[in-house]
Structure formats: C-alpha cells, structure tokens
Design a binder for this molecule. Structure first.
Ligand SMILES: [Zn+2]
Length: 312
C-alpha cells in the first residue's frame, strides 16, 4: 500500500467476479495484493440490480474493515460484455435480466468511484498476467476449461479483445469434429475440452454418467474410456494452442478452469502434441497452469481498474 501524498489512508482497488453461482469480491492494494475477500451466492435469477446489489453488499464490510480509500472497481462477468460501455450484451439463460444491464453505471452510482467491466475470461487473463502464473509476460493465450471453454489474448503487453470484444474465443472455433456445441455451432473446441462434454463423451463411450471430475478420477484408476476422453481433450487443446501461436506468435499459454484441476492427465497429452507439431517459428510454446485459483477473475478486474486509472 502506498500512502497518499496528503497523508490519508492508502488507495485500494476492488475486484468483483460475478459468476453463475457465486460472486467473489476482493479488496487489493495498489500492487494488487489482496487485503480482504468475500464470497456470496449470485442471485442470477433475480436480475442485474440484485446481482450487483449482492456484490456491493459483500464489498461494503471489506471497506469498513480495511483502512483504505477506494480508488476504483473492476467487475468481471460471464457472458458477452461491452467492456467500453460497461454493459452486458448477452448472457446465458441462467441469468435473468442481465443482458443489457449497465453494470458500471450501477456500481459508480452506488460507490461514487470509477468502475470498469470485463468478460470473465479476459479478467482471468489480466489477473494471471498481473499477479499470477504469467506475471509480466507480453504475449499470452489464456484458456479456461470449465463447464465451457473460454479464451483470451494478451498481445504486446495489453489485452487484445478485438472490435467486438470476442478476440481469443478459441473455445468456439470449428475444426474439432462435428459434435453440436453449446453455442449452437458445431465441432468447436469446447465439444472436446470442456467439463460438460468430457462428461458427455465418457457417458457415450462407457455408459456411465458422472461429472468431469468423476471422469478424471476414473482415468486415475486406469479406465481406458476416461483416459481416451482426456487424451482427446488434451490433443484438441494443443491444436488450439498451435493455431493461436501460428497466427499471433504467443509465447506462453496459461490454462485455468475446473477441468485444469486434472493437470496430471491433461498436461502430458498437451505437451506431446505441442512437441510433435511445433510452431513455424521453431520456438516452443510455454504451457503453465493458472496460479490465482478462484481469485483470478476478481484480481484481474481490480487490475483493469488500476490500469484505466493510470496506476499500473
Ligand atoms: Zn461453440
């Protein structure tokens, strides 16, 4: 924490991660060290006002406990967002009255400080670049293997989200078979590498219904169907990495999300495929596992606020 020139309390940034089931809130110092945190259920069925209200109600006790002056707030949210206007553009069916909601306007009205909105995977990448597994790197692809597959790009030391905010969405490019995807497309990376589809493919092969975590446990016991499903997921992730490296020359890939918990299963198949087919540069792509865990999106959101306010 740095003391303000006037000698008042040190400045702090808040980061809010509004997920489908839980909302995480962190309060950070100027160098993004977490001072305090809270977690509350997301009232996703009750609409944008309730969701932001729950996040702010979780943040207020932190502001009371920690002697700091709030400088800005970053919010990371699932779905398609307009990061410039601070508004949600589209969200899954589980969120009621969230698409169209002006998130930053609601936060600014409540707290009287500037607020910023990011897509959650972009915020995840900001977090890992700021304080996590790829701290200080300048060319990074992030992939989150969760219920779905998210992606984000960090190029020349800054987030590259494209003119429509959809750059880096490697989970929804075709060329990975012909299974229908959750987004309505077909043959997307997500249909091989997401938790939802790992569970579905295992059920199809083995006749046994379980979660992706259950499939990972079965693979750990040597179940050939589970091993095959994870092998296919790993080689698909590697192919997505190689496509990205060939296109924009990322040097490093950071993998997060619940499915990356099966790291001992995924890592060997990804590394094997990366070695078998190196990028045309000849330089190998570095593969690392995310380090910030469930804090990544919230810390990344706080980092966006810090960057926008010119402090880092
Ligand atoms: Zn898709």
């Amino acid at each position: 924490m740095t003391r303000s020139a006037a000698g008042g309390p040190p400045g702090a940034y808040a980061g809010i991660d509004i997920g489908g089931t839980t909302t995480q809130v962190v309060l950070c110092t100027g160098d993004l060290t977490v001072l305090d945190r809270a977690e509350v259920p997301t009232p996703a069925a009750e609409g944008g006002h309730a969701m932001v209200g729950a996040a702010l109600a979780a943040l207020r006790p932190l502001l009371d406990r920690v002697p700091a002056r709030l400088l800005g707030v970053g919010v990371g949210a699932a779905g398609v967002v307009d990061a410039r206007a601070g508004r949600v553009l589209a969200a899954s069916d589980s969120f009621h009255a969230w698409a169209g909601f002006a998130v930053t306007a609601a936060v600014e009205a409540a707290l009287g400080v500037p607020a910023f909105l990011d897509n959650d995977v972009n915020a995840f990448l900001r977090g890992e670049v700021s304080k996590g597994a790829v701290a200080g790197e300048s060319h990074v692809l992030a992939m989150t293997l969760g219920t779905g597959v998210g992606g984000a790009l960090w190029l020349d030391g800054a987030l590259f989200d494209g003119p429509r905010g959809a750059a880096g969405e490697i989970g929804h490019v075709p060329g990975f078979g012909d299974t229908p995807c959750s987004c309505g497309g077909r043959g997307h990376l997500e249909t091989l590498a997401s938790g939802r589809f790992i569970a579905a493919r295992y059920a199809q092969r083995s006749g046994r219904h379980t979660t992706a975590r259950g499939v990972a446990a079965a693979a750990g016991r040597g179940d050939p169907h589970a091993l095959a499903v994870f092998g296919a997921a790993g080689s698909a992730v590697a192919r997505a990495i190689l496509i990205t490296a060939g296109l924009v020359d990322v040097t490093t890939v950071v993998l997060g999300g619940g499915v990356s918990g099966a790291w001992p299963l995924l890592e060997p198949s990804i590394r094997t495929a990366l070695r078998a087919d190196p990028p045309v540069s000849g330089a190998p792509v570095r593969l690392v596992r995310a380090r910030l865990g469930s804090d990544a999106v919230a810390i990344g959101a706080a980092s966006r606020a810090r960057t926008e306010l010119g402090a880092g």
